[in-house]
Design a protein around this ligand. Sequence first.
Ligand code: C5P
Length: 239
Amino acid sequence: MEKGSELYAGKAKSVYRTDDPERFILAFRDDTSAFDGGKVAQLDRKGRVNNLFNAFIMQKLEDAGIPTHFERVLAPNESLVRNLEMLPVECVVRNYAAGSLCRRLGVQEGQELLPPTFELFLKDDALHDPMINESLAETFGWAGADELREMKELTYAVNRVLKQLFQDAGMLLVDYKLEFGRAGGGLVLGDEFSPDGCRIWDAETRRKMDKDRFRQDLGDVIETYEEVGRRLGIDFESV
Ligand code: C5P
């Protein structure tokens, strides 16, 4: 697989073309950012850790019958993925209250949410990713009615698999963000799943084990990502 020119550089990942127009290389960099790019840093080993974390989770989801864009790991910080036509929306699932939900609704952090909530946000940096709903998404053509239904079903299917996976490893999957794209007439999970895009707490102590460590200056950011990975059975030295 030939690595071609850079197609897109986000805040923490870059996408490269390959000699196959249907496949891209997702490169996980050591860059990290929070608060809409207001806080940035370089964290040693982050690219490798997030790439291998993402690969492990995507494989678990594929094994459970959920279609993902992930194909295979190419290098410590690079994976081969399918080219998707991404929808400009972010799906957020919450199993416990935290983050913007607590700020918006004044609910207590840590409260279990039954049933888990499903929220939609528009991917738009200039507008700071505003919260939207299914009606707005349909009216403005960000996703079709069938696609909204499919996204919600797939998101809840992901939640069933991952909630259990983390629970079995002594952790709570608090919340996370998913992005989907079109491929072959259906929706496929794209982007990444890593501690950068979710909240994970230790089940006993509720110690934060995700990007909140960076946002809130709690220290040991990558060491804690690695601990989450090790508890799940990920070997970060395998590539
Ligand atoms: O900030 P908020 O509480 O709404 O975030 C919910 C979850 O979605 C968190 O796990 C956060 O890391 C993730 N998220 C993300 N990218 C965004 C927005 C939220 O990864 N642009």
